[in-house]
Write a protein that binds this ligand. Structure first.
Ligand code: A3P
Length: 318
């Protein structure tokens, strides 16, 4: 296996030298790998994923563009699947950050990547890769995808990445971030192609992909949660509905509850060997339309124009 691993490292090195590069948000450069702009480590891990990851038919994946609602969905999926294991008064989500609930497969986890076998079924995993970059064994599993208004995604991502930007680089202004975002250059971008990769698949195989919108979740969390539970094969029973289990999960996973927990104010989430993120950075405002406080009318029109153009004829409205 080590020989294979070394071969992948070699391949990665050559790839990075050969593919186009653009300005990064947290690091100096992002690289265009098969149409998407990725952090060099995400490219390497994608190669590892293709080489080592073995799915199980019961696996459920959470896929999203960064800042579209991953944290929220992670908490909802974890607490829904495990609702019979834990009580709402003393729940694991009270003690660990939502991102500890299940693994994020985009960070180099080798050799653990071949060792997720101990996780109880259904195993759950999170990813930001577009569907076209996932190995076939994953695209045949159930995938929950969440998307969000790109204007809010941009603003949220700019805040988040500014907090994680290398100290060796000058700050990234919102104007620069906006320009890069419109050109598709941000981690896992272009945003529109990412969304479309899952949207189109959700039309072809609706039983395999549940396509959710952050805005709909904000407006009708209970309705969306019931849909999510059905999709994951764990519909709420009449008795559970009677006992307000849906409302309890929504409450447990709400921005207000999670962001006020000690673990999410002070705690740190480790991803792989090298990446650490303070949980508080996953909770900023949690609102629809905060872009209005950051983007000019001209910027709004430019993004909306790109969105209309790219999504034209797809049936998807954002
Ligand atoms: P804002 O920066 O607009 O506040 P991700 O989880 O994909 O990284 O996305 C983070 C965004 O989701 C942030 O948006 C964050 O505040 C918001 N968020 C985090 N937890 C949430 C929750 N429980 N409910 C609603 N929004 C949440």
């Amino acid at each position: 296996q080590d020989a294979d691993y070394n071969k992948i490292c070699e391949e990665h090195k050559h790839l990075i030298e050969a593919v186009p590069k653009g300005n990064g948000w947290s690091v100096q450069h992002l690289y265009n790998y098969n149409g998407f702009w990725l952090h060099p480590n995400s490219i390497k891990n994608n190669l590892l994923l293709h080489a080592y990851f073995k799915s199980q038919p019961t696996d459920i994946f959470l896929a999203s563009f960064m800042k579209a609602g991953t944290t929220w969905l992670k908490a909802l999926m974890f607490s829904t699947i495990n609702r019979h294991r834990y009580s709402f008064s003393d729940h694991p989500l009270h003690h660990h950050g939502p991102h500890a609930s299940f693994p994020y497969i985009d960070i180099e986890t080798y050799p653990a990547i071949s060792d997720f076998t101990h996780l109880p079924a259904p195993r759950m995993f999170a990813t930001h890769y577009p569907r076209t970059l996932l190995p076939p064994c994953i695209t045949s599993c159930k995938i929950v995808y969440v998307c969000r208004d790109p204007k809010d995604v941009l603003v949220s991502k700019w805040h988040f990445m500014s907090n994680h930007r290398s100290k060796d680089l000058p700050p990234l202004s919102l104007d620069e971030a906006f320009e890069l975002f419109c050109q598709g250059i941000s981690d896992y971008g272009p945003f529109w192609e990412h969304v479309l990769s899952y949207w189109r698949a959700s039309l072809e195989t609706p039983d395999k992909i549940l396509f959710l919108k952050y805005e709909e979740m904000k407006k009708q969390p209970e309705v969306v949660l019931r849909k999510l539970a059905v999709f994951m094969g764990k519909p709420f029973t009449a008795e559970e509905l009677e006992k307000s289990v849906v409302e309890k999960i929504v409450e447990l996973c709400s921005f207000e509850t999670l962001s006020n927990l000690e673990v999410n104010k002070k705690g740190v989430q480790k991803f792989g060997k090298f990446l650490e993120v303070e949980n508080r950075h996953y909770f900023r405002k949690g609102e629809i339309g905060d872009w209005k406080n950051h983007l000019s009318e001209e910027m709004k029109q430019r993004i909306d124009g790109i969105t209309n153009e790219k999504l034209k004829g797809s049936g998807l409205i954002l």
